[in-house]
Design a protein around this ligand. Structure first.
Ligand SMILES: Cc1cc2nc3c(=O)[nH]c(=O)nc-3n(C[C@H](O)[C@H](O)[C@H](O)COP(=O)(O)OP(=O)(O)OC[C@H]3O[C@@H](n4cnc5c(N)ncnc54)[C@H](O)[C@@H]3O)c2cc1C
Length: 493
């Protein structure tokens, strides 16, 4: 019997190996190009769907005993290949582990199963006059464990910090099937590790009271002016929890989504007014911001409270951008706040075409920037769109920034994200509990090729990116269009 048959026989209805499911789970939000999948096996053997923690523990133990590689997956909204296979593996989809176990108003914590999404938890907490401290733009689908395993940032991070600052304790099923409870002291065993140390089953995270949100919106044709404003807010106001910046192309996409959703022409024209050729800054504070902080600047327009309130309520539209596809190639980087403008100028110079982006600022003077490239996974151009995230990360590195997560695409860059002490601890843990590297292999640490161990996955990706860029230049001379922006341009018409 092959591995698929073994899994089928053991897990019956909790296992699927049908062709459509295997195709869907062969990529995360970023589609996998044909050239790239030539180098590794991106289609999983099948998908395991645990409904309880007991199911999950049985599945992991079974995989371990039968030497089957397994990959934890939440909702697959990340784009760096952390939740996708690179060799014969089964995906363990944790998105049905959705129990909200308890909340504690005294200590301001909530305990949830790992597949609970941010939106589910927010809705639940709001009934208790509570809310989350930090969460990503992808909150309607993103799972809490997926965000922690990515090392995420987002709404609320200007005051409450990144995913790291939200965790109090967690339960993890180790690759050998043992379920352990860990305290905050062991957070480095899961944080930003793309799920290579086991599958998180439960998390206790910090929450806060649902206070009055004072929402402010500023528009300006000048990115520089808005960034000056961001500096003032991050340096002087500690009640501000969210600083969210969007470029004009991102605003246009939001407007297109509204149009597509058959908004009345009045509603559509509201959002046109908000977006047209202007950068847009959304600031949310727990206390009212004093008038002198909102200093008048002829180049900055303060938006009406009604428009901006609606904007805040609709803050989770980003995920719907995918509908404008056919496919989307997301790319996220972390940039030092003071290098933001320099970096955006580098990106504009390099691509010289419209690219939609949004950004969240993070306590400690960093910002995460999310770029949305469009592509068509059915066409050959996908192989070029695939280079865009790699190029963006190279540009980020030039200004002291980095890729937002490691996953598969940035495996080998672990020293840029994680401290030597953490890396030592993780290596030691892997040797002890996962000696055959069955749990999410090839992620975080770069895979070395069996017959040419001096060549790693990182080298191959670097070479591929370099030669792809040269090829792209040559093809452009022949009038070949770059993958991304023909869609964006068409949609803008
Ligand atoms: C439109 C859009 C907006 C986004 N906005 C943001 C943003 O503002 N901030 C941000 O940080 N990110 C953002 N992202 C990226 C992504 O949505 C987040 O990182 C998200 O939290 C990932 O959660 P997920 O459940 O989809 O995880 P997946 O993509 O399924 O998995 C991510 C990683 O976590 C691992 N993993 C998943 N579940 C578990 C588990 N139970 N145990 C162990 N490991 C696990 C996977 O193996 C994988 O390596 C955005 C993405 C999109 C498409």
């Amino acid at each position: 019997m092959n591995k698929t048959d073994i899994l089928e026989q053991r897990f019956k209805k909790s296992f699927s190996s049908n062709t459509v499911d295997r195709a869907i789970y062969s990529s995360d939000l970023a589609p996998t190009s044909k050239i790239v999948s030539f180098f590794f096996i991106s289609k999983p053997l099948g998908i395991l769907l645990p409904r309880t923690i007991t199911d999950l523990q049985e599945m992991i133990t079974f995989c371990y005993q039968n030497k089957i590689s397994f990959i934890p997956r939440g909702s697959g909204t990340s784009g760096y290949g952390g939740a996708t296979p690179t060799r014969k593996s089964v995906i363990i989809d944790c998105s049905r582990l959705v129990d909200i176990i308890s909340f504690d108003k005294e200590n301001m914590t909530a305990t949830v199963e790992s597949g609970v999404t941010f939106e589910q938890l927010t809705r639940f907490l709001e009934k208790e006059e509570l809310t989350l401290r930090s969460y990503p733009s992808s909150a309607p689908a993103a799972t809490i464990a997926g965000w922690i395993a990515q090392g995420g940032m987002g709404f609320g991070t200007a005051k409450y910090g990144t995913a790291k600052d939200q965790v109090v304790s967690f339960n993890l099923i180790r690759p050998d099937g043992t379920l352990e409870n860990y305290s905050i002291d062991d957070l480095d065993l899961i944080y930003a590790l793309s799920g290579i140390t086991g599958i998180i089953t439960q998390l206790t995270i910090k929450i806060r009271s649902l206070t009055n949100e004072n929402v402010y919106g500023y528009n300006s044709p000048s990115l520089e002016k808005l960034l000056e404003k961001v500096d003032i807010f991050t340096n002087n106001n500690h009640s501000i929890h969210t600083i969210h910046l969007q470029n004009p192309d991102f605003r246009s996409l939001k407007q297109l989504i509204d149009k597509g959703e058959n908004k009345t022409s009045e509603e559509a024209s509201d959002s046109i007014d908000l977006s047209e050729h202007e950068y847009h800054l959304l600031v949310v504070s727990e206390e009212e911001i004093k008038e002198n902080d909102l200093s008048k600047d002829s180049k900055i327009k303060l938006l009406s409270p009604d428009i901006i309130k609606e904007e805040w309520e609709k803050r989770f539209t980003s995920l719907r951008i995918k509908r404008l596809g056919p496919s989307i190639m997301p790319c996220e980087v972390v940039i030092p706040q003071d290098k933001f403008h320099t970096f955006i100028k580098l990106v504009q110079k390099k691509f010289n075409e419209p690219i939609a982006w949004e950004s969240h600022f993070v306590k400690g003077s960093e910002a995460i920037i999310l770029f949305y490239f469009f592509t068509d996974e059915r066409s050959f151009s996908l192989n070029f769109a695939f280079l865009n995230p790699l190029v963006i990360v190279q540009l980020a590195e030039k200004v002291g920034g980095r890729a937002y997560a490691l996953g598969y695409w940035f495996s080998g860059y672990e020293k840029k994200l994680l401290s030597p002490a953490t890396l030592n601890k993780v290596r030691h843990y892997k040797e002890k509990h996962d000696e055959s590297s069955l749990c999410n292999p090839d992620k975080v640490f770069s895979r070395r090729f069996k017959w040419f161990p001096i060549i790693s996955n990182k080298t191959v990706i670097k070479l591929g990116s370099f030669s792809g860029q040269i090829l792209m230049k040559i093809l452009r001379i022949k009038g070949y269009k770059k993958a991304n922006t023909s869609y964006l341009k068409k949609m803008k018409k």
